[in-house]
Design a protein around this ligand. Structure first.
Ligand code: M6R
Length: 621
């Protein structure tokens, strides 16, 4: 198995949008309905077509697939009438070949005995396809995936058994992929392989599940094996067999009990996951703080010993990291937040073995962040991860990992994982500052005792205001989000939320910089959202607001109650209770901005859970 082919840039896998859901019953129970539920649970990843294949009790293949939403396909193809004890399902997001029934997964070999679902991109599929065609294989789709069942078929014809043939087929693939395969040759097995595309195994009662993501099967089990890159194997009556193609030997993978419940992965009465996740923040932040208590000491040890501290992340996680940098700086702890994709060029030359690099990633699978961390490790730096996903790739390359307690975040836009990241960084800072003689009692009192209640209060007040303001935002094409100091990362994150789900061009900017160019765009009723903390920068924020207002901008301020001067200059106000103009600010100030983006998106007819062109984990460089 040594010669598995992996491209130089192994993470050129495409977005992980497709979803895999497979199930094997050990007691001959029909699993078709469960595969359908798994696909529904994976809908949040986005898809344009879907399909299910089961091996029937008569050992034939029943395969149904088509273009469109799962519910429509269910009515048309009657997925619920399928019968089988083993099967695979897939939600496809087209990469190779158009959105057609033929290109939808699962795909089969010539004889319709081997059936495959796949997530990722097989880079060398064209050359393999040509070779197989010269050997007489007939292809029905334009996908890269279809070479896999044909390759397996080819090796079976040459005398391999089903699993051997699969291993030999995988050896020929170049790129990144997660695969699940069943066959009438051995109908009591699901074969799987993971190379740089996530895949997990769920251990149920008399059942195995294989899926792209844990929420797919969370309603039946929270006992999970998280496969690692290069893992290949199968589930069967005999248990789980896993080998690793890079190590070229059999491997053991722990069974992890995930502390998530099935309710956590459901909408729970909310119209969208995003809104549910925004409203979960009182609990998710409190839970994260509780979990951080048990994990923080080793992190402090690394912080203490580090010569330089870098915080590396992408997107929302970067803004949480930037908050970390600003907050740490207030207490004399020097750090630098760096956008992961710029890390090597920006600071790579300075990294050494006395440094600490903190990787922040909710998914733990972001290619840019992983590459930056691998680079830092190579240079001898210590690496600590802050992530929401136990067993994710980031935890495997880090010296130490802190797992947040945000629970599964299904909406593509990060909300509760942002506040959880801020909570972990704040907790580390509070402990570090105390160790260095700072009095943190006031901050601690709120943070440790009643942060959940405070977030709830803000949610309650801001919800109806955000709904109202969103009506006004709907026709807008642009917005500025301005902040200074600890208010800046909040402004940047608020703008990202508006941009990614409501598709309004929103720019986060340091308020002081806004007069150096951005102000040129201001005209009547241009939305300017100002994040004003009750600190020494308040007067300066007031100046920026006046500059904007005098040119016609419509000022929306998120500020503390009682900030009279700011409120007088504002056209719309979101009030935050006092006591938050410090490192805790993002935990409450971000709430109105998340809600505003959400309601604006919905009123503009956008689906906030599945914004166009975006994926929950971005595994491309
Ligand atoms: O999983 P990560 O936290 O590493 O993801 C980083 C970004 O891709 C992510 O934050 C992205 O910006 C989200 N769409 C933000 O809502």
């Amino acid at each position: 198995m040594r010669d598995v082919l992996v491209s130089e840039h192994v993470i050129e896998a495409g977005y992980n949008l497709c979803g895999i859901g497979a199930c094997l019953s050990l007691i001959k129970r029909n699993i078709a309905g469960k595969i359908l539920i798994m696909l529904k649970n994976l809908e949040y990843r986005g898809y344009d077509s879907a399909g299910i294949a089961v091996i029937t009790p008569e050992n034939t293949l029943d395969l149904r697939k088509g273009v469109g939403k799962i519910d429509d396909l269910k009515n048309k193809l009657h997925f619920d009438q399928m019968v089988g004890f083993v099967g695979i399902g897939h939600t496809r997001w087209a990469t190779h070949g158009g959105v057609t029934e033929e290109n939808a997964h699962p795909h089969t070999d010539c004889d319709g005995r081997i059936v495959v679902v796949h997530n990722g991109i097989i880079e060398n599929y064209l050359e393999i396809r040509k070779e197989l065609e010269t050997r007489g294989h007939k292809f029905r789709s334009d996908t890269d995936t279809e070479i896999v069942p044909h390759l397996i078929e080819e090796f079976i014809k040459r005398g391999n058994d089903f699993y051997e043939a699969f291993k030999n087929a995988v050896k020929k693939l170049k790129g990144a992929y997660a695969l699940a395969v069943v066959s009438t040759y051995e109908p009591n097995k699901i074969l799987f392989a993971r190379v740089f595309s996530p895949l997990v195994i769920g251990l149920g009662t008399d059942e195995y599940y294989i899926a792209s993501d844990i929420p797919a099967f969370l309603e039946w089990t929270n006992k999970v094996i998280i496969l690692e890159d290069g893992d290949i194997g199968y589930v069967s009556q005999g248990g789980v067999l896993i080998e690793n193609v890079f190590l070229n030997r059999r491997v053991h993978r722990d069974v992890t009990t995930i502390p998530w419940t099935k309710e956590m992965a459901k909408k729970g009465g909310f119209p969208h996951f995003m809104l549910k996740e925004i409203f979960e923040q009182p609990q998710s932040v409190s839970r994260t703080i509780l979990m951080a208590r048990k994990q923080i000491d080793r992190f402090l040890d690394y912080l203490e010993k580090a010569e330089e501290v870098y915080i590396v992340a992408a997107g929302t996680s970067y803004y949480a990291s930037l908050h970390g940098q600003y907050a740490f700086a207030k207490y004399g702890l020097r750090s630098r937040a760096v956008v992961a994709s710029e890390f090597i060029e920006e600071v790579g030359g300075f990294i050494g073995n006395k440094d600490l690099v903190i990787g922040v990633s909710q998914s733990g699978e972001t290619a840019d962040t992983l590459l930056a961390l691998r680079y830092a490790k190579k240079k001898g730096a210590k690496v600590v991860a802050i992530t929401n996903v136990i067993g994710s790739a980031i935890t495997r390359i880090s010296d130490y990992s802190i797992i947040m307690g945000a629970g599964p975040e299904i909406g593509v836009a990060a909300t509760k994982t942002f506040t959880a990241q801020v909570a972990v960084l704040n907790y580390a800072l509070i402990k570090w500052a105390e160790m260095h003689g700072y009095d943190m009692d006031d901050v601690k009192r709120v943070f440790l005792n009643n942060i959940g209640e405070k977030i709830s209060n803000v949610l309650e007040k801001a919800n109806s205001l955000a709904k109202k303001l969103s009506e006004w935002m709907v026709p807008k094409s642009n917005a500025y989000y301005l902040g200074r100091g600890l208010g800046l990362p909040i402004a940047l994150e608020g703008a990202l939320k508006m941009k990614e789900i409501a598709y309004i061009h929103a720019e986060g900017y340091p308020a002081g910089e806004s007069k150096h160019g951005p102000i040129a765009l201001i005209e009547k009723d241009f939305p300017v959202i100002s994040i004003v903390l009750n600190d020494h920068l308040q007067e300066k924020m007031l100046i920026a607001i006046e500059e904007m207002k005098s040119r016609g901008a419509y000022i929306i301020s998120v500020c503390e109650e009682g900030m009279k001067k700011i409120q007088e200059k504002s056209d719309f106000i979101f009030e935050i209770p006092s006591g938050f103009s410090n490192i805790l600010a993002p935990l409450v100030y971000i709430i109105p901005l998340q809600l505003l983006a959400y309601y604006t998106a919905v009123k503009r007819g956008c689906d906030p859970d599945k914004p166009r062109n975006l994926a929950k984990s971005v595994t491309v460089e």
